[in-house]
Write a protein that binds this ligand. Structure first.
Ligand code: DOR
Ligand code: ZN
Length: 356
């Protein structure tokens, strides 16, 4: 048997789905993403949400300020679709290069999704415009019907919403975000070439038992919620399969410790500090380390029609102990205690020399 490598140099990756927040939280978390990823698709679910090109441009400036000095990091901005968003605004923002994509949150599906879309029929003209101009649609794929079991919401979304939507808009580029089920894997594998999916490190690492390990564990709670083990296995198969429709999107979604550990704890897992290391662990366990680069750095830009990054990043086989808590913050901010994903665990790979 060939010896396992202890060093891996890959093209610098991008994160195709991240929550960078705003204000002190933005200053606390954005450097973790910019340290590793050259570009990131930035989610627009702020309060108020990003619905205009001017708001996206101003937010982009705040992000750049928060990561100043971080090696050419490029935030790719998204528009938050509402029932009343103006298709003309999207088209202008996209043609000016401010918006890279638009995000569909079914109304009330998740954090700050109150202003999301209540009925897809209402945004038919918006979707037609996006299809015509080649603007990708990023979908939080869960139904919000309270009658539907929370663990079934993604599978039901495929049947009730996604399949008919792809039928209606056959030229629309769609990213099914943070998939969590075997049903989603199969649907994407069999779908049209206009369809792709992102997969998070946490859905590759944990199943739903993680939320109930010895008590209730809010740090393992996110949306879509982690499912049974069979789904995790299907996701690991998809991510490491080498199929270009599956690529990296961390869905790193920080919330303060207080907000997580409250009577109504927020959904979201903060994985930005060690996301690439976490993916590397999974790919190695699956015997697919040589496929990490395509998943992390090639399939995403190809789908979006963007150039590949030209610089590289090094991973080295050295134990990395993930802290139980991180205290992060900008220069004059109060430090924010945040619990990172895999807190207290030892990961086998770490990032070596600073990205070239
Ligand atoms: O767990 C999640 N957190 N899922 C989402 O869809 C939103 C995100 C957030 O913004 O906190
Ligand atoms: Zn997200």
């Amino acid at each position: 048997m060939a010896a396992l490598p202890d060093r891996l140099v890959i093209r610098r990756p991008d994160d195709w789905h991240v929550h960078l927040r705003d204000g002190a939280m933005l200053r606390a978390v954005a450097p973790s993403t910019a340290r590793v990823f050259r570009r990131a698709i930035v989610m627009p679910n702020l309060l108020p949400p990003i619905t205009t090109a001017a708001a996206a441009e101003a937010y982009r400036e705040r992000i750049l300020f928060a990561v100043s000095g971080s090696n050419g990091f490029e935030p790719l901005m998204t528009a938050y679709l509402t029932d009343t968003i103006d298709p003309g605004e999207l088209e202008r923002g996209f043609s000016e290069g401010v918006f890279t994509a638009a995000k569909l949150y079914p109304a009330r599906a998740t954090t700050n999704a109150e202003a999301g879309v209540s009925d897809l029929a209402r945004i038919a003209p918006v979707l037609e415009t996006m299809e015509r101009i080649g603007m990708p649609l990023l979908i939080h794929g869960e139904v919000t019907d309270p009658e539907v079991d929370v663990f079934d919401r993604e599978a039901v979304f495929i049947e009730r919403q996604l399949e008919p939507l792809l039928e209606r808009h056959q030229g629309l580029k769609v990213v099914f975000e943070h998939i969590t089920t075997a049903e989603a894997v199969a649907f994407v594998e069999e779908g049209p070439p206009t369809l792709a999916a992102t997969i998070t490190p946490h859905h590759l690492q944990i199943n739903r038992n993680a939320m109930f390990r010895g008590g209730f564990r809010p740090d393992a709670y996110c949306l879509p919620v982690a499912k049974r083990e069979l789904h995790r296995i299907a996701l690991r198969g998809a991510a490491t399969s080498g199929q270009p429709r599956f690529f990296l999107g961390t869905d790193s979604a920080p919330h303060s410790r207080e907000a997580k550990e409250s009577a109504c704890g927020c959904a979201g897992i903060f994985n930005a500090p060690h996301a690439l290391e976490s993916y590397a662990q999974v790919f190695e366990q699956e015997g697919a380390l040589e496929r990490l680069e395509n998943f992390a750095s090639v399939f995403g830009p190809r789908f979006y029609g963007l150039p590949l990054n030209e610089t590289t990043i090094e991973l080295v086989r050295q134990p990395l102990e993930v802290p139980h808590q991180l205290e992060l913050g900008g220069q004059s901010d109060r430090l924010l205690p945040l619990v990172p994903f895999q807190a207290g665990e030892i990961l086998p790979w770490r990032i070596g020399a600073a990205p070239a």
